[in-house]
Design a protein around this ligand. Structure first.
Ligand SMILES: *Cc1c(COP(=O)(O)O)cnc(C)c1O
Length: 456
């Protein structure tokens, strides 16, 4: 293999980022603030601090400080699995016979198997610094719960995880990893909370949803002394912590004077994509560069491509503040055959605003096409990708195949957010030819949107 650019680009000690990048500080028109559903006024620090740690509330509300120092304790933890490699996908390029140059930033190289540990360790650190006993949270596919369990055990904090019931039953080993790190795991909805009991009464056979697990975790946090709630995506603070992905990616590319044409990431709540694009979007906002930035979402949960930009509830129980975002409505639940993750009904406010301003694109892909890309990637690049990450792989492959037709040697960078070892039920369905696609009808979408609160 002839290579001027190494297969993996690593950063040395001096090149690793020591500050997070706060993308909102660079935006002229800021994302809309979180508002209190009772008063319809922006949430104050005091209101938020009943739910979240004080320092994280400060980060949540800060849309002016461009760079924020990463505390030394967090830098120390990052050393266990960062910097993550930026890989030149030589083998994939060859398999596709494309003139495009493809790079991926691999975030799956830790036990949680995803980028989520980047924010989990930060949130646990601030909880510990505040002298808390523990945190509560929800997890869907299980990556966030695992990441939070690891982070809490590192700092000696208790961790109570509400895991979406269907996933609790389908992924017993995810649960066991969390318990190995000392967390307690409860299937949601559960009879242990008011909101859980209410949902169980209304929908006895329900297999749960992220929005519902969030409501339960928040309820336990606000009613337990010494506990706060932590969330793995969507929030500004999470995008801030995830900027470490983009900063490392940019530093690695700069080292070899590589300028990307297209940057692609999968989008669930928007945290890995928000982190990956942060330094690139800053250059775009400053008029210094003009990257194409592409969010990829499931056709079965299409918040960017078919949702509405409006204030909505962040959870099913409607206990959380309202956020202005591209949303399908907090009551939207992807069809039962959906196996590819990225099932949150809304999208982080920062990316929603950037998308609304036309600074980024979005496309949706069907899950069989996603798993096809996942297998193609696994067979040539070796890594078994998470279904979520495979949305970005699908879009990157499509872009590279277009280059093959036009003869353009574009540089494509995508985020490979994690590994898929716990997603073998989904892979099995695909391998057995039993996976199908369901695209919500306009009626399905309208039903979800009908539940939006009347705010403006
Ligand atoms: C959680 C997760 C995602 C989606 O979350 P974002 O907040 O949109 O980044 C993507 N990939 C993996 C592997 C995940 O665990």
């Amino acid at each position: 293999m002839k290579q001027e650019i190494p297969y993996k680009i690593y950063l040395n000690e001096k090149e690793i980022p020591r500050q997070w990048l706060n993308l909102r500080a660079f935006m002229d028109k800021k994302p809309a603030p979180l508002i209190n559903p009772a008063t319809l006024r922006p949430m104050t620090a005091e209101e938020l601090s009943r739910v979240f740690c004080n320092e994280l509330v400060k980060q949540e509300l800060d849309d002016t400080t461009p760079y924020i120092d990463i505390p030394q304790e967090i830098l120390d933890f990052y050393k266990m699995y960062r910097p993550s490699p930026l890989v030149r996908a030589y083998f994939l390029e060859k398999a596709l016979d494309t003139p495009a140059k493809i790079y991926y930033k691999f975030e799956g190289n830790n036990t949680s198997g995803s980028h989520k540990l980047n924010s989990a360790i930060a949130q646990a650190y601030y909880a510990k610094s505040q002298g808390l006993r523990g945190v509560t949270t929800e997890t869907g596919a299980g990556q966030w719960g695992t990441a939070m369990s690891m982070a809490c055990s590192y700092f000696g904090l208790d961790c109570k995880v509400f895991m979406v019931k269907v996933s609790y039953e389908q992924k017993p080993f995810r649960r066991e990893v969390m318990r190995t790190y000392g967390a307690s795991v409860t299937p949601s909805p559960s009879p242990t909370t008011n909101i859980g009991r209410k949902i169980l009464q209304e929908f006895p056979g329900t297999t749960g949803s992220l929005g519902c697990a969030i409501s339960e975790a928040v309820e336990v946090a606000v009613s337990s002394e010494g506990y706060r709630y932590v969330l793995g995506s969507v929030l500004n603070q999470v995008l801030l912590h995830q900027s470490v992905i983009g900063l490392e990616t940019k530093a690695a590319l700069d080292k070899y004077d590589i300028v990307p044409d297209v940057i692609i990431g999968c989008a669930g709540g928007g945290s890995n994509l928000g982190g990956l694009i942060a330094p690139f979007m800053v250059e775009k906002l400053q008029g210094k560069a003009n990257y194409r930035i592409v969010a990829v979402e499931p056709a079965s949960c299409p918040s960017f491509t078919r949702g509405k930009y409006a204030y909505d509830f962040c959870d099913t129980g409607k206990v959380c503040p309202l956020a202005k975002m591209y949303t399908l409505g907090s009551g939207f639940i992807p069809s039962a055959n959906h196996a590819g993750g990225l099932r949150y009904h809304g999208m982080t406010t920062t990316l929603s605003e950037l998308y609304d301003q036309g600074l980024m694109e979005a496309r949706s892909v069907e899950q069989t096409a996603v798993f096809e890309a996942a297998e193609q990637f696994a067979r040539v690049e070796g890594i078994l990708p998470a279904p979520e990450s495979s949305h970005a792989i699908r879009a990157a492959i499509d872009e590279a195949l277009r280059c093959k037709q036009t003869g353009e040697a574009k540089t494509i960078v995508f985020g490979l957010t994690g590994t898929g070892y716990f997603d073998m039920v989904a892979y099995q369905k695909y391998n057995d030819g039993e996976m199908s696609d369901y695209i919500p009808t306009d009626e399905d979408i309208a039903k979800g949107l009908a539940g939006l609160p009347k705010v403006e």
